[in-house]
Design a protein around this ligand. Structure first.
Ligand SMILES: [Fe+2]
Length: 348
């Protein structure tokens, strides 16, 4: 099928007065900070960069930026949720340009001064039209990489944050904002064979691999998962073996396996609050200027798992709440399309 949807998703985004480099950070509100630190640092082996009274700041083995994952204790009675989805920008001038864009669209934003948390400089908080809590980061304190400190490596080999995946009720409208306003390009998408063609998932990138942000049809705004890069499939398998060895195999939700979309070798894990982390390995280059999106039929059983295995319903239905400008969980709306319904002739 090559039609209006393919043409829409293939369009080169307009030039923006700012330069978003990549997905770079996520902040999770957690119900038990000790349990969450044990999961990410103890079981998965991430590096603890800093601690404060109510938060732990972590990074992957390769990462030079101070941290890419924040675990922050949720207040009494507050749910586990996602407080920030971080995107790195080229420089501080970009923060001003982004603030002007959000203001012109009537969207909430606020400046964040340097020093509010260890390792981060000035930033911009903003909420997109769909309620996702974005944070644009300019200056980040640098550490020496531990990529080749093989003597220090332990746990799963998480190297760097790769992408954020969002459950989104209105995927096609969200594409308009991320493409037109923020300058993201589309690498792959899943759509229906039936007319009118409906998109059930989009993979969008700024750095030249498959994605920094994925938008997948589902009740939202919620975060479906965040993903760390693993150098090779053997690292994904090693992580599974280590979790099982620690008698924690119940945290393995889906996989390991190979995606159709992205070609990545993957496994999905659930942390103590149900936040979902993907270990992700071996996607591909998308940086040529004429790179066009790859379409998958929703009826192709290989699109989600290249070997044809079905994702569990929890993977489709469960996601993390996100916090709005008032600090409360954003109100949810149902998706207009469910990938599983579209595939009924395959999955029946
Ligand atoms: Fe992913």
């Amino acid at each position: 099928m090559t039609g209006a949807v393919q043409e829409l998703l293939s369009a080169t985004p307009p030039a923006t007065p700012f330069d978003i480099v990549r997905a770079a950070l996520v902040e999770l509100r957690v119900s038990d900070l000790t349990a969450s630190e044990h999961f990410y640092a103890g079981l998965l082996g991430m590096i603890v960069s800093a601690r404060t009274d109510d938060a732990v700041f972590l990074r992957g083995w390769e990462e030079r930026q101070h941290h890419s994952l924040v675990l922050r204790q949720a207040g009494a009675g507050e749910p586990a949720a996602v407080a920030r989805l971080g995107l790195r920008v080229r420089g501080e001038d970009d923060l001003d340009s982004l603030a002007s864009m959000f203001a012109a669209r009537g969207l909430p934003w606020r400046s964040v001064e340097a020093g509010r948390e260890p390792g981060l400089g000035r930033a911009l908080r903003a909420w997109d039209p769909f309620g996702y809590p974005l944070e644009f980061l300019a200056a980040v304190e640098q550490f020496p990489t531990q990529h080749q400190r093989f003597d220090l490596h332990r746990g799963a080999p998480l190297l760097r944050l790769d992408h954020l995946n969002l459950h989104c009720p209105r995927v096609e409208e969200a594409f308009g904002f991320y493409h037109d306003a923020l300058g993201f390009r589309c690498s792959e998408y899943i759509s229906t064979d039936r007319e009118p063609e409906r998109v059930t998932g989009l993979w969008l990138y700024r750095k030249p691999n498959v994605h920094d942000v994925a938008l997948t049809a589902g009740t939202g705004p919620r975060m479906h998962h965040f993903a760390y890069w693993i150098a090779e499939p053997a690292g994904v398998l090693r992580a599974c073996d280590q979790l099982a060895g620690a008698a924690r195999s119940e945290v393995i939700e889906r996989g390991p396996g190979r995606h159709g979309v992205s070609n990545a070798f993957f496994v999905y894990l659930r942390d103590p609050d149900g936040h979902r982390i993907e270990l992700y390995s071996c996607d591909y280059w998308t940086g040529d200027p004429d790179h066009r999106p790859l379409r998958w039929s929703v009826n192709d059983p290989r699109c989600r798992s290249f070997w044809g295995t079905r994702a569990p319903d929890s993977w489709y239905d469960e996601s993390s709440l996100v916090l709005g400008p008032d600090g409360q969980p954003a109100a949810l709306a149902p998706a207009r399309v469910d990938e599983r319904d579209q595939r009924s002739e395959v999955l029946a």
